[in-house]
Design a protein around this ligand. Structure first.
Ligand code: NAD
Length: 356
């Protein structure tokens, strides 16, 4: 089993180091190889996704990714910005399904900005389509406005589109995930306004015929945003397009108190995947040893479960994380009075100890 480790920028190297420490402590023989990506890739090799990094990601059985991005790269042309590495990896590896669990550990119920009774015991899974939608649709650009009251002025434009096959494959991922959980899927769309999402809804209904054991309902994205903060426990699996999923998954992240707790998986058609925390490179705290490594450690657990067929080892890691939270250990982002404040590396060490 070969794992590509791509630490990236900001807190990326600090948090991936903790996940590697935990993987090393499992007593399994994983081959790991590390490569530069994002700003680190640009600084060392002139490109955010250097050719050898991409080759390593393709050859490996799974990729463990830290985070990329730094404000110092904001003035680079778009193709050279660190974030392009993620888009490039998704495209080159055919990663079309992004799975983001939002679980609220009972110990952290007080860390959420919502009332504990609204979020305690929360366990939802957001399945976001990753390769289509307005983020990739062409044509796009800035042009002279061809019509309407602003005719002749410059206008920015993008194209929202979804092919039937794209919707079908993400629908299957969602229904199959629901089968292993609460057997309910909510498909989030904007079918009342957008043709693309009326089509999305029609295809979802069609694929659902293959899953009579799963309940399917539909919700407009504006209502879904409201329900996520009003009564988030109503959801089991939420499936949606690239842009709505981008926004809703960050909202769901905050239900759990800290973005530093949330892992994610991006899978291809064969369950090979890229695993990364849901947060970014947090340049504001980089190098201070205070970043929460648990999202990355839990991403490594997802990697063991989905790509490396090691569900028992994934359980061990997840139980070890529960155990350190129960011991009262907290990085500053989840610290509350009465708990013990620890740094990034101490948190990693505590998870390793809890594995035993
Ligand atoms: P961010 O997620 O990096 O940070 C948002 C806030 O959350 C910050 O206050 C940060 O300190 C905090 N935070 C994030 N992760 C944390 C952790 N593990 N522990 C404790 N606190 C944590 O988002 P941002 O500030 O909007 O973006 C910073 C950079 O990251 C930008 O360059 C952005 O483009 C990039 N980014 C990268 C990814 C990715 O690599 N997948 C995702 C989002 C943003």
């Amino acid at each position: 089993m070969k794992i590509a480790i791509l630490p990236g920028d900001g807190i990326g190297p600090e948090i991936t180091a903790q996940a590697v420490k935990v993987l090393d402590a499992l007593g399994e023989k994983f081959e790991t190889e590390t490569a530069d990506v994002g700003g680190a890739g640009y600084a060392a090799h002139g490109h955010p996704l250097p050719a050898h990094t991409l080759a390593l990601a393709k050859e490996a059985d799974a990729v463990l990714f830290g985070a990329v991005g730094d404000f110092k790269y904001d003035n680079l042309e778009r193709a050279l910005r660190p974030e392009q590495a993620i888009l490039g990896l998704r495209k080159e590896l055919g990663l079309f399904a992004n799975l983001r669990p939002a679980i609220l550990y009972p110990e952290l119920a007080g860390a959420s900005t919502l009332k504990p009774e609204v979020v305690s015991g929360l366990d939802i899974l957001i399945v976001r389509e990753l390769t289509g939608d307005i983020y990739f649709g062409k044509p796009r650009g800035v042009r002279e406005c061809p019509d309407g009251p602003f005719k002749g002025q410059r206008e920015g434009f993008d194209t929202m589109r979804y092919a039937e096959g794209e919707i079908r494959r993400i629908a299957h991922v969602a229904f199959q995930a629901a089968r292993k959980r609460g057997k309910r899927v909510t498909s989030v769309d904007k079918a009342n306004v957008l043709e693309t999402f009326q089509f999305w809804r029609d295809v979802m209904i069609d694929v659902h015929k293959e899953y009579p054991d799963i309940e399917l309902d539909h919700m407009y994205v504006d209502n879904a945003a409201m329900q996520l903060v009003r009564a988030p426990k109503k959801f089991d699996v939420v499936v949606t397009g690239n842009m709505f999923g981008d926004i809703l998954s960050d909202a769901a992240a905050m239900l759990t108190g800290s973005i530093g707790m949330l892992p994610s998986a991006s899978l291809d058609a064969n369950n090979k995947g890229l695993y990364e925390p849901s947060h970014g490179s947090a340049p504001d705290i980089a190098g201070q040893g205070v970043a929460n490594p648990l999202a990355t450690i839990l991403s490594a657990a997802m990697m063991l479960r989905f790509s490396l067929d090691r569900a028992e080892q994934a359980d061990r890691i997840e139980n070890a994380v529960k155990s350190v939270l129960a011991q009262g250990l907290r990085t500053p982002d989840i610290y509350e009075q009465g708990t013990t404040r620890v740094g990034t590396s101490q948190m990693g060490d505590a998870v390793v100890r809890a594995l035993a």
